[in-house]
Design a protein around this ligand. Structure first.
Ligand SMILES: NC(=O)c1ccc[n+]([C@@H]2O[C@H](COP(=O)([O-])OP(=O)(O)OC[C@H]3O[C@@H](n4cnc5c(N)ncnc54)[C@H](OP(=O)(O)O)[C@@H]3O)[C@@H](O)[C@H]2O)c1
Length: 326
């Protein structure tokens, strides 16, 4: 087995150019850990925000002056190549997918993970590339639509940012859960939205999706392009505004709407949920893939050496679904 791993260092905050390829010794799995040979890892919008240290208040968790964990990447798939003798759930040769969370370091050739962490077996029917994306858009949108709120059959949902990683997953999930789905994207992505199950595709460049005289039970603002205040008039009685992008205004709206009842604003950090919740949610998402009710939308695949290019593409803000490096 190799003695060194290749990874990408992000030792200070900034643009894609702060990413530097590095070589490190491979550590043996500690108690309860497995060593994974990474086959594919995601390059997500969230990874770019962590690399940039944005929004600034996130540095309270990431590291005040520089990233506390110096390697990049969170979501991955790969094969187990070594296990600590105390590990019962995985064996050498198992294909797995998961997320490294605040440990980071998934954009690498090898990664040590707790066997009890956010890690599940990857079925053969799920490719390594697809598997590497599941902890980003799919798990997050599933968390919002089944845990933060429960989408009920017949409800009207508006998904802002329907063509992104979270959005393409949310459109499929909401459709599978029996909702009437409206989603926004630029016109070039409307066929994609309809193919994913959207009943209505709205061009956000031509019309304000919140001023169409509709009343939605749920508005899932996957990109934080609106505010609760702007969305509230478009919500039906008891409607929920969900947003995965935290800011001070959303924080205030969450507090106030929880006190006064009626319509609600909601945020959750899906990635911070306990690993047991992640494993349960991933199993549910994988089951939906088996039932042909969900398939991650794959945009570009870059070679491992082109991580900087991949970050630039993601940062441009118009990827369709997911981007991975292999
Ligand atoms: N809270 C959590 O647990 C959590 C977890 C993961 C991610 N996140 C956050 O979730 C956010 C979304 O991430 P993502 O990966 O889904 O984004 P993404 O994939 O980078 O989004 C790209 C898409 O955004 C669309 N878009 C751009 N401007 C738009 C607008 N004004 N209205 C509608 N669509 C627009 C583009 O479509 P067009 O090309 O058609 O314009 C493009 O397809 C990020 O801020 C990320 O940090 C939060």
């Amino acid at each position: 087995m190799e003695n060194t791993l290749n990874a990408w260092d992000v030792s200070h905050y900034g643009g894609p150019d702060v990413l530097v390829p590095v070589t490190r010794p491979i550590s043996r799995p500690k108690a309860g850990q497995v060593l994974i040979r990474i086959r594919a890892s995601a390059v997500s919008r969230a990874d770019g925000m962590m690399r940039a240290g944005q929004p600034k208040f996130a540095r309270l968790f990431l590291g005040l002056c520089r990233p506390r964990a110096s390697l990049s990447g969170t979501c991955f798939s790969g094969d187990i190549v070594a296990v600590d003798e105390g590990v019962a759930d995985f064996k050498v040769g198992d294909a797995v997918l998961g997320e490294a969370g605040m440990q980071f370091g998934a954009n690498a050739t090898h990664l040590c993970m707790d066997a009890q962490g956010s890690l599940v077996v990857k079925p053969n029917a799920v490719s390594y590339e697809e598997g590497a994306t599941l902890c980003d858009g799919a798990m997050t949108s599933w968390h919002f639509l089944t845990r933060v709120t429960q989408v009920r059959p017949g409800e009207k949902i508006l998904i802002l940012g329907g063509a992104g990683s979270l959005g393409t997953a949310a459109v499929q999930f909401a459709s599978a859960l029996g909702a009437e789905v409206s989603a926004t994207a630029s016109a070039r992505n409307h066929d994609l939205l309809r193919n994913l199950g959207a009943d209505h595709a709205i061009d956000y460049r031509a019309t304000d999706p919140l001023k169409r005289g509709m009343n939605y039970d749920i508005i899932f603002d996957t990109l934080g392009v609106a505010t609760y205040g702007a969305a509230k008039p478009a919500l039906a009685k008891g409607g929920r505004y969900l947003c995965p992008v935290l800011g001070l205004r959303l924080f205030r709206d969450m507090l106030l709407s929880s006190v006064f009842g009626g319509k609600r604003a909601k945020f959750a950090a899906a990635g911070m949920a306990p690993p047991a919740v992640h494993r349960e949610e991933l199993s549910e998402v994988i089951a939906l893939m088996g039932e042909q009710k969900f398939a991650p939308v794959m945009d570009r695949t870059y070679p491992f050496s082109d991580l900087v290019e991949a970050h630039r593409y993601v940062e441009a803000g118009h990827k369709r679904g997911n981007v991975v490096i292999v």
